[in-house]
Design a protein around this ligand. Structure first.
Ligand code: ZN
Length: 363
């Protein structure tokens, strides 16, 4: 199959064609120059590395009703917020089924991986692993140990099966807990992440010490805070739709101007469905609504490029032979690719090919 039009990847966007076979990139060239001998399927569109959802809590998808009109703390704060009560009341089977449904929806959207904060200790990690196996989306599972002070044996067992740890926040976890978790993650080359400055501003002295690989939200961070985050090389996951429910908004324009490394997440499954395309469109429009416009290319980079660097596989963010193993072909106009992706991208635009259709090849 030949997708002729445009490419967007780690090097930005450009006109071009990509020849895919069994869902793999076998040839890349200048737009309009692909020879097809009249036999190959030929489509007009854009080829990108598959997007990654930078922040989810998929188990929360057990509830898809409109969330109750209470404060953010009452809704999601451990251990007795609405969501934690809900998780405790729900059986493992129901949680696994809810996560599988959410992951299958993500797969239909063309999402290759999700970076999930999985509460509930090692059993929580195992539940998500089981759900991901059934759904065909890679789950990057950031677990959360249950015991405080940190029990080394519990943490080691968790890290043996998770991809790292995702803590609630520096306000809810002591300096000793954060230090012990970060040290163990570092030693095992796993990710250490936490939420910060979501409801109100917190000091970067707290959430950047010890240095996390990923910090989530920063919707109340000052420009000076963002400079420190950038200088420390910490990746930021923003969740504009989730923040909007509580009247907050990450300052994407400033993040872009400062060169903050950004990924885009959809946050709690009970607040918003995990649709990366809606997140992209909302992030773009909300920044316009606030008269603090962010560029489409910065947002596209956050969805299609930056997460692969965070996950230690930067070649996955390249559309070239030997690059992305999850290239995504989209039936979109090839003019101005970043703008098409943030305004017209959807699961319906995904061309079902290769790894995106089980049991069928990509020709
Ligand atoms: Zn979160």
């Amino acid at each position: 199959m030949i997708v002729d039009g445009a490419i967007l990847d780690a090097d930005g966007s450009r006109p071009g064609y990509v020849r895919l076979r069994h869902g793999r990139i076998v040839e890349v060239g200048q737009r309009g120059t692909a020879s097809d001998h009249g036999r190959e399927r030929r489509l007009r569109g854009i080829v990108v590395p598959a997007p990654v959802n930078g922040h989810t809590h998929l188990a929360d998808s057990v509830s898809v009703r409109e969330p109750p009109a209470v404060s953010l703390a009452e809704l999601v704060r451990p251990p007795d917020g609405y969501k934690f009560t809900l998780l405790r009341r729900t059986s493992d089977g129901e949680k696994r089924r809810a996560m599988t449904r959410a992951l299958r929806g993500m797969r239909r959207d063309g999402v290759a991986a999700t970076i999930d904060f999985r509460e509930e200790g090692l059993p929580g990690v195992r539940l998500l692993r089981g759900a991901a196996r059934a759904a065909g989306v890679r789950a990057v599972v950031l677990g959360r140990p249950l015991r405080r002070p940190i029990d080394r044996a519990e943490l080691d067992a968790l890290l043996a099966e998770s991809d790292g740890v995702g803590l609630s926040s520096a306000r809810e976890e002591s300096a000793e807990t954060r230090a012990a978790v970060a040290r163990a993650c570092r030693a095992k080359r796993k990710l250490y992440a936490l939420h910060a400055s979501e409801e109100r501003r917190e000091s970067p002295r707290d959430y950047l010490s010890p240095r996390p690989d990923l910090v989530v939200h920063l919707s109340c961070a000052s420009e000076g805070d963002l400079e420190q985050v950038r200088d420390d090389g910490v990746v930021v996951a923003v969740c504009p739709r989730s923040n909007a429910l509580f009247g907050r908004r990450p300052d994407l324009a400033t993040m872009e101007r400062l060169g903050v490394r950004l990924v885009l997440g959809t946050d709690n499954g009970m607040l918003r469905p995990p649709t990366v395309w809606q997140e992209l469109e909302f992030a773009y429009l909300a920044s316009r609504l606030a008269r603090r416009p962010v560029s489409a290319s910065y947002l596209a980079r956050a969805a299609f490029v930056e997460p692969w660097r965070l996950l230690g596989t930067p070649s996955e963010a390249r559309i070239e032979v030997g690059g992305s193993t999850h290239p995504l072909a989209l039936r979109l106009p090839p003019d101005d690719p970043p703008y098409q992706l943030v305004s017209r991208g959807s699961g319906a635009a995904v061309i079902r090919t290769g790894s995106w259709v089980a049991g069928r090849d990509g020709r």
